[in-house]
Write a protein that binds this ligand. Sequence first.
Ligand SMILES: [Mn+2]
Length: 240
Amino acid sequence: MKRLLFIADLHLDAADPLTLTRFEQFCRQHGRAADALYILGDLFEAWAGDDADDAAATTAHKALSDLRGSGTAILFLHGNRDFLLGERFIARCGGKLLPDPSVIEWYGQRLVLCHGDSLCTADVDYQALRQRLRSPQQRAALLARPRSERETLARKAREASRRAGANKPRAIMDVTPLAVESLLLEHDADILIHGHTHRPADHRWIHAGRTRRRLVVGAWSEQAEYVVGESGALTLRPFP
Ligand SMILES: [Mn+2]
């Protein structure tokens, strides 16, 4: 795996054909030249189950399976919007689901990958909700409901999260430095790549004599910035 791409927070939505087109362009222009595409969560604005067949699902399926056909590996992490994304859809795209967080070794460096929501530990309400929703029992119970009910629940969850977010101070919606340090320490790594916060940046700092780095990819509804890894160097780049 030499050339790597990292994206997140595309929030693909049937109601937003422009982003669907940009994603197809991205796969063609950049995806094919890469050995692996890492999708760090929230590929979809919402995901109510692998029986989805709207324009977002079909566009992503087509773009990703074409990409896989050209030889690029496709790795998924769940986001908070699409944590119900299942093995069935991922396998149809020729991809593979990775746990959040995951560590990859690349040019002698250990890279920690995660969506980023688990690092927003100052948002106590959200963390409690996350824990409740992500249990295997809750997941199975949700997926057992009829599709129309799941879609209604997904819409309500989005509205509730938008309302909750509007009343929270900006700092609470960001990752906490302590959570970042603990994660890097736990995995004996110096580099973290994540999304979720929609605050694309390349942060560097020194901790215990080691240079740390946190690359944040951007949301496609705002400034779409992705990370490319080539020849051992990681760079944050805008798209288009
Ligand atoms: Mn997110």
